[in-house]
Design a protein around this ligand. Structure first.
Ligand code: TRP
Ligand code: SF4
Length: 405
C-alpha cells in the first residue's frame, strides 16, 4: 500500500524536551510546522517519555523543558487553535498501544533499526542497553498510529522509524483485520452505499485488483471517504476489501521528509546543542550580539588588511540565509579586497537575526508571564488528543479480543 487514504491526511510530529530550542530548530522544524498547521489537521506533541529513554538517570531537564518547549513553539507561531498541542505522558493510551504493539513486533525489527546501534555508539557515556531504549521506535509507532496520521514530518534520521511504523501497522491489520465473515460484512457494507456508488466501487475494485490500475484505487478511496452513511468499521472493511487485505484498522503513515536545515552553527558546523554553537530562540539581544560578534571568521584573515575568502568563513553561511544579493556582493568584494572588516561584515547578520527573533521573543515573554495559560493550552490539547486516542484504543482492543466487560 503506497499511500494512506486522504481521510487520514493528518499530520503528527513530536519533539523531545531536552532543552531550549534554537535557530536550527526554528529553521529546520518549527517554520515547517507553522505552514503545515494551515493545510492539515496537525497534532504536535512533547515526547517526554522518549526523552526519558536517554535521560532516565537525571530527568530534571525534561521536567524543566516541557512547558518551556511549548512556549518556544507558540512563540514561533504554532497556534493552539490550528494545531493540537499536547504532552505524550498526559495521554497514557500511548503506553497501552505501545504495550499491545510490542506483542506482535519481532525483536529483530527493533534491533535492526539503524538509530539503535548508532545512538548507543554516540552516547557512550549512557547505558542505553535498556528495554525502553530498544522500544523507542515502537513507542514512536504507537504515537503515530494512535492518531491514524498519514503524514509524519521528520528529519532523515527518523525515516527508519516511520518505515517500522508502516510494517507494524501492516502486521497488525494482517493479524487482527481478518475478522470472521469479513467478505460478507464487506459485501453488506457495499450495499449501504446505495446502488450507484456500490456499482462504481465494485468496478473500480476489479480494475485495481485485476489490472493493477492505481488511478482506480485512488478514485475508489475518494469515493469511500465521501460516504456519509457508513460506519468507521465498514469504511475500514471497504478500504481493506479494495486492496485485498483485511480491515485497515491502523493506517500506514508516510514520512514527510523535512529538508535538512541549512542553519549553520556559530562555528560553521550544523547548529546543535552538543556542539555548543547555538543561538537559542530566547537568547537575549546582548548575548546574541556577543555570540555573533565573537564568532570565528576566515582564519587566514588575521589582520584587518589581509584579504579573506567567504567560502572559508562561517559568517558567510549566515549571509546566505539572511542577506539579499546586494549585501552578499558587498561581502564578497569587501572580504576579498580587505575593503571591509569582519565586524562590519557581521553587522547585517546581527541586525537580521535580532529582527527575526524580536517578535518571537516578544510572544515568548507574553507566555512566560502567564504560565497558567501555557498549562491550560497543554491540558486542553491533551484532552482533545486523548479523546481521539480513546477511540483508537477501543477499536484496537476490540480487534485484539480485549473488549470483554
Ligand atoms: N523520535 C523523534 C525525535 O527524536 C521524536 C518523536 C517521538 C516523534 N514520537 C514521534 C516524531 C512521532 C514524529 C512522530 O525527533
Ligand atoms: Fe568572514 Fe566577512 Fe570577515 Fe570575510 S569579511 S572573513 S566573510 S566575516
Amino acid at each position: 500500500m503506497e499511500s494512506v487514504p486522504s481521510q487520514y491526511q493528518r499530520v503528527l510530529s513530536g519533539m523531545r524536551p531536552t532543552g531550549r530550542l534554537h535557530l536550527g530548530h526554528y529553521h529546520g522544524v518549527l517554520k515547517n510546522w507553522v505552514e503545515l498547521q494551515n493545510e492539515y489537521e496537525c497534532f504536535f506533541f512533547v515526547a517526554d517519555w522518549h526523552a526519558l529513554t536517554t535521560h532516565y538517570e537525571d530527568p530534571s531537564i525534561i521536567e524543566k523543558s516541557v512547558n518551556d518547549m511549548v512556549i518556544d513553539w507558540l512563540a514561533a507561531g504554532v497556534n493552539q487553535g490550528l494545531a493540537k498541542i499536547f504532552v505524550q505522558s498526559k495521554v497514557p493510551e500511548h503506553a497501552e498501544l505501545h504495550l499491545l504493539l510490542s506483542m506482535i513486533t519481532p525483536l529483530g525489527w527493533l534491533e535492526r533499526v539503524p538509530s539503535y546501534k548508532d545512538q548507543q555508539e554516540k552516547l557512550k557515556g549512557k547505558d542505553l542497553a535498556t528495554y525502553g531504549f530498544l522500544g523507542y521506535p515502537l513507542l514512536q509507532s504507537a504515537d503515530i498510529l494512535m492518531y491514524k496520521a498519514g503524514l509524519v514530518p521528520v528529519g532523515e534520521d527518523q525515516v527508519a522509524h516511520v518505515e517500522l511504523t508502516r510494517e507494524v501497522a501492516r502486521r497488525f491489520n494482517h493479524i487482527y483485520g481478518r475478522e470472521a465473515g469479513f467478505e460478507e460484512k464487506a459485501e453488506a457494507a457495499i450495499k449501504k452505499m446505495g446502488k450507484k456508488n456500490a456499482k462504481l466501487y465494485k468496478s473500480l475494485r476489479t480494475k485495481y485488483q485485476e489490472q493493477g490500475d492505481h488511478e482506480a484505487l485512488s478514485v475508489a478511496r475518494a469515493l469511500l471517504e465521501s460516504q456519509q452513511n457508513i460506519t468507521v468499521g465498514d469504511r475500514e472493511r471497504l478500504f481493506g476489501f479494495l486492496e485485498g487485505s483485511g480491515r485497515v484498522i491502523l493506517a500506514e503513515p508516510q514520512s514527510l521528509l523535512t529538508k535538512a536545515s541549512k542553519m549553520p552553527g556559530l562555528d560553521g558546523q550544523k547548529m546543535s546543542k552538543s556542539y555548543g554553537n547555538t543561538i537559542a530562540l530566547r537568547d537575549d539581544p546582548e548575548t546574541l550580539e556577543k555570540k555573533l560578534r565573537t564568532m570565528p571568521t576566515d582564519t587566514a584573515r588575521v589582520r584587518r588588511t589581509d584579504p579573506g575568502d567567504p567560502a572559508r568563513c562561517p559568517v558567510w553561511k549566515f549571509h546566505e540565509i539572511y542577506s539579499d544579493d546586494s549585501t552578499r556582493n558587498w561581502v564578497v568584494e569587501g572580504c576579498k579586497s580587505a575593503g571591509i572588516g569582519c565586524i562590519d561584515c557581521k553587522q547585517p547578520v546581527i541586525d537580521a537575526v535580532l529582527n527575526e527573533l524580536k517578535p518571537i521573543q516578544e510572544r515568548a515573554r507574553e507566555y512566560e508571564e502567564q504560565p497558567e495559560l501555557v498549562s491550560t493550552i497543554i491540558a486542553e490539547g491533551s484532552e482533545v488528543a486523548r479523546d481521539c486516542a480513546r477511540d483508537t484504543m477501543e477499536e484496537v482492543r476490540q480487534a485484539m479480543g480485549l473488549a470483554y466487560k
